[in-house]
Design a protein around this ligand. Structure first.
Ligand SMILES: Cc1cc2nc3c(=O)[nH]c(=O)nc-3n(C[C@H](O)[C@H](O)[C@H](O)COP(=O)(O)O)c2cc1C
Length: 183
């Protein structure tokens, strides 16, 4: 897929050493848009974009109800934006081994600890002791740890370095053929 080659060329291989912060947009139960930052932790050979999130958080609940989402990445050095629209699948506690465990082990002690904190988005009633700072890689991932991956059905690439700007789109329904569109 041409867009995958383009993204890798611009962003490099995603890894624990080179995580990328992206914006994830979802739709809530009332049909309103919601967006937040997430770390992209892995890109599958099929172009799936992997991130992790607490099963109790709003985004996971929203995605369980409606799995359409968009991920937007801004690469400041390249001055390029990628937008990935598609559906999101979640791997929770029932998914043993595989990528979920691999990502868990590659995460930092500080990132793993978040999944042992009190439920996100609920009133802050506990003292600091309820929020561990580190959890080592030997600890099994708790049920709150979910790995999610977006499988794109439409990708857009905007390059600001050229004049005029270059905007390309690829759609699965179009056989992933490149479409040059106005920026
Ligand atoms: C730089 C940065 C990276 C973040 N990465 C993640 C992440 O990988 N996963 C995650 O669930 N939240 C991440 N967050 C926190 C989310 O942006 C958000 O505040 C939190 O997940 C709650 O969102 P929700 O209520 O929409 O689920 C990150 C925040 C920042 C500022």
């Amino acid at each position: 897929m041409e867009w995958l080659i383009e993204f890798r060329r611009s962003a490099g291989e995603l890894s624990s050493a080179k995580p990328l912060v992206a914006t994830l947009a979802t739709v809530d139960a009332g049909g309103s848009p919601r967006a937040r930052s997430v770390v992209l932790r892995h890109m599958g050979g099929d172009g799936s974009l992997w991130f992790v999130s607490d099963a109790r958080s709003d985004k996971n609940v929203q995605l369980a109800e409606r799995n359409e989402a968009e991920i937007v990445v801004w690469l400041p050095e390249a001055r390029e934006q990628f937008r990935f629209f598609g559906t999101v699948d979640r791997l929770g506690a029932a998914a043993t081994g595989g990528v979920r465990l691999e990502i868990w082990r590659q995460m930092s002690d500080a990132s793993r600890a978040l999944f042992f904190w009190p439920a996100p988005g609920t009133p802050r009633t506990q003292g600091d002791a309820a929020f561990p700072a580190t959890v080592d890689a030997a600890t099994a991932p708790p049920g709150t740890f979910e790995t999610l991956f977006l499988e794109p059905t439409q990708v857009e690439h905007l390059r600001l370095l050229t004049h005029p700007h270059q905007r390309r789109r690829w759609r699965i329904e179009n056989g992933w053929e490149r479409e040059e569109i106005n920026p």
